[in-house]
Design a protein around this ligand. Sequence first.
Ligand code: FES
Ligand SMILES: [Fe+2]
Length: 427
Amino acid sequence: MTLLNDRPVLGTGSRLVVEEPDRFRVHRDSMTSAEVLTQEQRKIFDHNWLYVGHESEIANPGDYVRRRVGGRPLFMVRGVKTGQVNVFHNSCTHRGAVVCRKDQGNAKVFQCFYHAWTFDSEGKLSGVPDRDAYAGGLDFEALGLARAARVESYRGFVFACYDPDVVGLVEYLAGAKDYLDLIIDAAPADMEIVNGSQHYGMDANWKLLVENSIDGYHAVSTHDTYFKYLVALGTDLSVGVKGTSRDLGNGHAVLEYEAPWGRPVAKWEPLFGEDARPSVEGLRRDLVERFGEERAHRMADLNRNMLIYPNLIVNDIMALTVRTFVPTAPDKMEISAWEMAPRDEQPDVRQRRLDSFLTFLGPAGFATPDDIEALESCQLGFTSGGVEWNDISRGMGREPLATDEAQMRTFWRRWRDDMDRERGAVR
Ligand code: FES
Ligand SMILES: [Fe+2]
């Protein structure tokens, strides 16, 4: 139900994203304007499926994680009675305080610290101090925690949507579903989030990180130090970054390509050490046995950078990372990232994976500080004025390469269409 601020604004997208036969431009107001951010909240984050977390993070009854999803505080808890994944708005039904106040843990009940109303892990109101003070009694059923309007999961990835009329998650994922399958199937049993997370902030518009996360063009120039490091270890760079990108529908896109670095499953590189060769090659043989040479080649040798619109990144590169981010201002975002790995992975393989992950993707790794510098630099550049448009035309009119910008155009077209629509806020 919408009570306030539901003024529809039509056509914002088409004013800011202009596509011609061989030019694709995005107006910089899309990255700097507070009005655009307000509209994004209403038209994008209120109506699309958003990533909440992974089921492996709440493996046991009562396990919970607290999240900001599309800017709203939520928490996800495995119900003690039902064993189901519950996703609640993190707001007390009494007078609003957040009920879940820690990032993660295990609890049978959640007690609001303000006046001590208590809710169980299924969201039911179970305790109210001095309840006799309420004339006619309190309707405990009606005062349970509010659930996100829609919650669905796909192979452990839990998504929520604030719009009850959204299409089902599998339909929404469209072509991204096959790529999730490919990535998850590389684990003998299942994938899990490795315990621990990275939380950091950036003084840049959230869409700059969408672009950056699926940008093959910047790798060699921005991450020059990483490549020099690999060369020093004996890695052969001659393969370069070679591959293509695909439009997966609904704004989702993926790059799939060969690159010089190794992959814990299952491409050896000098970084892993000579003694790791037999086990990496063994993992590869298992993949060939299970899936045949062609699919095993994709799983083992190819890298994937995938955007699931609007703000979930699953990058299956020198390690597997899951990343999401929310804008807190036009020029600020908060980022959360996790490492994903096969459940029950051999300790030595896991160790190499962690090392490969932190070396490139860690907060002090080779990539993350470089990328933050690049994106904050763009945001600063926008304030200089004089230039109104960003150019995202690279590779138009040819089969897209992994170093082109077709995948960004996929995102921006969907963004344009969402922003063009007449949509009110969802409460
Ligand atoms: S706001 Fe939660 S008990 Fe009062
Ligand atoms: Fe990067």
